[in-house]
Design a protein around this ligand. Structure first.
Ligand SMILES: [Zn+2]
Length: 226
């Protein structure tokens, strides 16, 4: 089983750097339709917790909770009743990518609380992506602890649902950070290490496959198959 990582679903603005992290809406739709056509199952966090993850299945994850998820991915997922996980930097809800807007040369809007509530109602799982998207292994332990614990509390207070999944910002973690995530009461955590779900060391170091905007459909299928 493969967990797929998406960032932006939309057209990259001309000035944007790291354009490969944008998947065009038409390409996204083709990817989903191809996987459906091939008989792939779309899993939810519940499947993973129950250990029910057949080989020919995928879990869709979306990092950073950008507004373009709401505009370009959610309508399709809703139509097909496909589950997904959206990882939210909890202090930046309704704001923008303050952690890397200079590096990528674009201010990308992040969904607001109302939109996140709509997502949870429609069966989209909300996960924590920390409070402010720092490198968790490079800040003092107490600060990392707050990023991990307080983001869970804030999301739970605002959305009224249990926050079960965490995603390490930049994929940056070490054993100490991982243990903080476990102790905070999360049930699983996602990395940027490549590989299948089965290859993951444990539920707090889940491997994923990043989908790039320039992955043509055959390349994506190979990434999912291999
Ligand atoms: Zn991120």
């Amino acid at each position: 089983m493969k967990v797929l990582t998406y960032h932006s679903i939309g057209m990259p603005p001309p000035e944007a750097k790291l354009k490969t992290l944008y998947v065009k809406p038409s390409v996204f739709k083709r990817q989903i339709n191809t996987l459906r056509f091939l008989g792939y199952r779309f899993l939810s966090v519940d499947h993973l917790l129950k250990g029910n993850a057949p080989r020919k299945s995928v879990l869709l994850t979306f990092d950073d909770a950008y507004l373009d998820f709401w505009e370009n991915a959610f309508p399709l997922l809703k139509e097909y009743k496909i589950p997904a996980v959206v990882f939210v930097p909890a202090m930046l809800v309704g704001k923008f990518n303050q952690w890397d807007h200079q590096r990528v040369n674009v201010k990308k809007l992040i969904m607001d609380w109302q939109q996140l509530r709509e997502l949870t109602k429609a069966g989209i799982e909300i996960g924590s992506h920390s409070l402010t998207h720092p490198y968790l292994s490079k800040i003092p332990r107490e600060k990392a602890k707050r990023e991990i614990e307080d983001s869970k509390k804030l999301l739970e207070d605002k959305l009224g649902v249990q926050i079960r999944a965490f995603c390490y910002p930049y994929g940056d973690y070490n054993h100490e950070v991982r243990d903080l995530v476990m102790q905070a009461g999360y049930l699983m955590a996602f990395t940027t290490k490549a590989g299948s779900f089965e290859q993951s060391e444990n539920l707090f170091e889940i491997r994923r496959i990043t989908v790039f905007g320039n992955d043509f459909i055959l390349k994506l299928l190979l990434k999912i198959l291999l």
